[in-house]
Ligand binder design. Structure first.
Ligand SMILES: Nc1ncnc2c1ncn2[C@@H]1O[C@H](COP(=O)(O)OP(=O)(O)OP(=O)(O)O)[C@@H](O)[C@H]1O
Length: 254
């Protein structure tokens, strides 16, 4: 499998602390790849180096055969890298469809601010963007709820809404930041089903997750971080019996 995302030797220092140190990982085309590790392991920092919210102290980030590590986040979004969850909240005063349309504006001309403020430039694009949003909502199973207030949805459906918003930009790589966080069993299972569906549709997915069962179900491969470094990588069945992983993470989590 060729890699869509290729991180090589990524390092990010904050003063004297290495949040991420010499981390390499690949996400193959169509792969679901999970990053796990205890609190403070460097997972969020690694995500930000990929999304462009942070610049690496050293190392490279390659995407689709080209280096992207000096590109601003919106440029990376336009290349097809989308984020969902922690840093991209649901706008509670908007409808489900309007929330999703904000995602399309992130990668089209007018931008998300114009969408939120309903500027004229936004209105001209609205029809095509509404149809993008409709397709995205149907894809995640929320098509019938498009005109509902976003805050009326239970948390599990709000997560699906956030996925739809990310899909609106027609990404090839979806970065999911703790998708299962705060969800109860049935909601978690429904979201896992949605992620499996997207994988089946050919999307490449990189997720950070604390829930080990969720990772075991979804991930083709897992990269385990501890204190900023990769301590193991491979299929879940392999890394779960790795003594370094048991010591650093699984031993404490199970
Ligand atoms: N902006 C920052 N300034 C200083 N130190 C930081 C900054 N961001 C992260 N760190 C440090 O880098 C290390 C890795 O943090 P990071 O948030 O990436 O870990 P994490 O694996 O995502 O943790 P969690 O599971 O708790 O979210 C920690 O020691 C953290 O304190």
């Amino acid at each position: 499998m060729s890699a869509l995302l290729s991180v090589r030797g990524a390092t990010r220092r904050f003063g004297g602390v290495y949040a991420v140190r010499d981390v390499s990982l690949d996400v193959a085309h169509g792969e679901t790849h999970a990053v796990i590790g205890p609190n403070g392991a460097g997972k969020s920092t690694l995500f930000k180096l990929i999304g462009g919210q942070l610049v690496a102290t050293a190392g490279t980030v390659g995407y689709d055969g080209a280096r992207i590590d000096r590109l601003a986040p919106h440029r990376r979004a336009r290349l097809g890298i989308a984020f969902a969850f922690q840093d991209v909240p649901v706008f509670h005063r908007m409808t489900v469809a309007e929330n999703v349309m904000v995602g399309a504006h992130a990668v089209t001309g007018a931008g998300p601010v114009a969408a939120v403020l309903r500027l004229p430039r936004h209105r001209r694009e609205e029809a095509s963007i509404r149809s993008l949003a409709t397709v995205a909502l149907d894809r995640v199973g929320l098509g019938s709820l498009a005109d509902r207030a976003a805050d009326s949805l239970p948390l599990g459906q709000q997560r699906a809404l956030q996925v739809a918003r990310a899909l609106c930009g027609r990404p090839r790589l979806l970065l999911l930041d703790e998708p299962a966080s705060g969800l109860r069993g049935p909601e978690r299972s429904a979201l896992a089903g949605l992620i499996e569906q997207l994988r089946g549709e050919g999307l490449s997915i990189l997720l950070v997750e604390h829930d080990v069962a969720f990772v075991a179900r979804l991930a083709d491969r897992v990269t385990v971080l501890d204190l900023g470094r990769v301590i193991a990588s491979g299929p879940f069945a392999q890394i779960r019996s790795d003594p370094a992983v048991i010591a650093a993470y699984l031993g404490g989590a199970e």
